[in-house]
Design a protein around this ligand. Structure first.
Ligand SMILES: Nc1ncnc2c1ncn2[C@@H]1O[C@H](COP(=O)(O)OP(=O)(O)O)[C@@H](O)[C@H]1O
Ligand SMILES: [Mg+2]
Length: 239
């Protein structure tokens, strides 16, 4: 068995600039508890990946999210309330990303209905047109609360050929479709104190599950185990 010490630790900066290699259409899955830095990592990856030609569409399901606000501003992503966004009379420069952040009424029935409609359009429009990165920041809610499992599975299984990459983050690894594991080219796993959550990581094919769990137990806050499924390569991405 490969000792944990053989898995290289790489600084965040070096990982983003030297190791991260992304082709349009590849899927990404980020799994960690609340506060572990999923949204932060997702945006850092988008920063070095999304372009005006292959833009990111970030689907936001929370009425407030400091990390989303900070990075959207820094990256000049356009925050829109609907999809497709209203056409502007002047032609603004194409951004590298759009943040789809529907207005909240704080009535969960209405909000779920609105988000279902808007996010469904964004998912299917991206699947049809291709050359997009969809970032579903809370895929459990997208799938279960908004009932978008079918649309998500379609993109997981067929989006790649359209160069429509589905990037998802979740804090509930036990409740998301297995496609999130089997179709993701790139996986990022955080330490999770919940044993059942870690058990789920055994569903990842092509890597030694015992080694994965042992590495995860050594991770500190905001550190990630990165797994590239194509060749089973792993490294620890530091804070
Ligand atoms: N790489 C990092 N370096 C420093 N602080 C971080 C890092 N990642 C996350 N954080 C901190 O953790 C907080 C939660 O991050 P966030 O990405 O919003 O978590 P999550 O989406 O998993 O709930 C951020 O407000 C930030 O303070
Ligand atoms: Mg988050």
């Amino acid at each position: 068995m490969e000792p944990v010490g053989l898995v290289e630790r790489i600084s965040r900066e070096e990982f983003l600039t030297e190791c991260w290699d992304y082709r349009p259409g590849e899927h990404v899955t980020i799994i960690g508890p609340t506060g572990s830095g999923k949204t932060w990592l997702g945006y850092q990856l988008l920063e070095v990946t999304a372009t005006p030609e292959v833009p990111a569409l970030v689907l936001v399901m929370k009425p407030r999210d400091g990390t989303v606000r900070k990075f959207s501003k820094e990256n000049d992503y356009r925050i829109v309330r609907n999809w497709p966004p209203a056409v502007s009379p002047w032609k603004p420069r194409k951004p590298s990303g759009f943040v789809i952040w529907p207005r909240f009424s704080f009535d969960p029935d209405r909000d779920n209905e609105t988000m279902h409609m808007i996010f469904r359009r964004a998912l299917l429009d991206s699947y049809r047109k291709g050359k997009r990165i969809l970032f579903g920041d809370e895929v459990y809610s997208l799938a279960e609360e908004l009932g978008l499992t079918k649309e998500l599975v379609t993109i997981w299984t067929k989006g790649r050929s359209m160069e429509c990459g589905l990037w998802v983050a979740t804090q509930k690894p036990t409740h998301i479709p297995l496609w999130a594991y089997s179709q993701a080219e790139h996986l990022f796993l955080h330490f999770d104190p919940d044993k059942r959550a870690r058990e789920r990581f055994k569903e990842i094919g092509g890597v030694d599950p015992v080694l994965v769990e042992r590495i995860i137990l050594t991770l500190k806050r905001h550190e990630w185990l990165y797994i590239r499924r194509a060749d089973g390569a792993m490294c620890i991405v530091e804070k």
